[in-house]
Design a protein around this ligand. Structure first.
Ligand SMILES: Nc1ncnc2c1ncn2[C@@H]1O[C@H](COP(=O)(O)OP(=O)(O)OP(=O)(O)O)[C@@H](O)[C@H]1O
Length: 335
């Protein structure tokens, strides 16, 4: 069953250009240059019940704007969307009871109160009955290992502990849909892993549908079978992360350990030399030529060891962002 359906969703922001200085502040009162930013342009996708979908894109791509529209915080400029059958920006109470949004950079917990008081406030707002509240709080605080911290003032918690409390606050009413906007930002590797394990368990246990943005590739690789990538407000990829490299041409990486240095010109006969670090050389080459190049390398270079690998996912994604950027610039030139 389709839980999230997005059709041609768009959002533009208007803002004013302001030059530096008092004089221009004054003249701005009478004449201002209005600029328009197309943050999200005509995006469409659907998400099935229980899916965990990664939502990737470079800074400013339009991820948060999309999540804000899907959670009813922002009205769109065009297009339509339904989440659990509701139009999010109509902000119906029934809808609000069934989803949650967690923003890694924003808090919903009261800073000066212990976490359990904010959690109790959420219980009252969402009209969760006592038994469900106690059961959910007990289960989640045990899973996230924060039972001993529930009575501690939020301002005294570490970043990771606070994020765990934020998650409990977001889940206390058992939402069916969860929007996660960089939930692991700033956390150390162990805390990131713990939170990822938690999401994995939670999704499998509850079949909660999750749309997750993160700049940490481990989060996406670990949790999401499917990834939607946007750039300049447009969807540029929708599929499994492993397929990213396939659509970027057919390149592979050859790593060589040499017994003595070889000049750059010779190395370039294999392909695009990405890095030379002492006797360790990394070269990107065309996959279709793999047999000939491997033979050539072994015959002509002083090779001690060599491996052939796929292009790392991070690099594939960076290339995809770059390609999107070039296409965007080209489209702007044409228009
Ligand atoms: N209220 C606003 N007024 C004007 N421009 C805005 C506003 N909110 C967002 N934008 C612009 O819209 C674009 C998309 O912003 P958005 O926050 O959705 O990006 P993002 O993909 O979440 O980026 P990041 O990874 O940096 O969080 C950016 O260029 C941003 O400057």
């Amino acid at each position: 069953m389709m839980i999230i359906e997005v059709n041609g969703l768009s959002k533009s922001f208007s803002y004013y250009n302001k030059e530096l200085g008092l004089k221009s502040s004054f003249s701005n009162l009478f004449r201002r240059e209005k600029l328009i930013k197309d943050a999200v342009s005509n995006i469409s996708f659907g998400i099935e019940e229980g899916e965990v979908v990664g939502f990737l894109g470079p800074n400013g791509a339009g991820k948060t704007t999309t999540l804000k529209m899907l959670s009813g915080i922002l009205y769109p400029g065009g297009g339509s969307a339904t989440v659990l059958g509701y139009t999010p920006w109509e902000r119906k109470n029934d809808f609000k009871r069934q989803f949650s949004i967690v923003m890694g950079q924003k808090n919903q917990l009261w800073w000066d109160l212990p976490a359990n008081e904010s959690l109790y406030l959420n219980k009252c707002i969402y009209e969760v009955d006592d038994k469900q509240y106690n059961d959910t709080l007990g289960e989640l605080s045990e899973l996230l290992d924060v039972q001993h911290l529930l009575k501690v003032q939020v301002r005294r918690l570490s970043l990771g502990e606070r994020m765990k409390m934020e998650l409990i606050a977001a889940l206390i009413h058992k939402p069916k849909v969860l929007f996660l906007d960089e939930p692991t930002i700033g956390l150390d590797i162990l805390s990131q892993r713990k939170i990822r394990e938690f999401f994995k368990y939670y999704n499998q246990d509850r079949k909660t549908t999750i749309l997750l943005t993160s700049h940490y590739m481990n989060d996406i690789e670990d949790l999401c079978k499917r990834t939607i990538i946007i750039n300049h407000g447009k969807v540029i990829f929708d599929g499994s992360l492993n397929e990213v490299n396939n659509i970027l041409g057919h390149k592979k990486i050859m790593k060589l350990v040499l017994s003595h240095p070889v000049d750059a010109q010779t190395l370039q006969q294999v392909g695009n030399v990405k890095e030379v670090k002492d006797l360790l050389v990394t070269i990107e080459f065309e996959k279709h030529d793999i047999k000939r190049l491997s033979r050539w390398v072994l015959d002509h270079l002083p090779v001690v060891d060599f491996t052939i690998e796929d292009i790392p996912i991070e690099e594939g994604i960076a290339m995809l962002y770059q390609r999107g950027g070039e296409q965007h610039a080209h489209a702007e030139q044409i228009s």
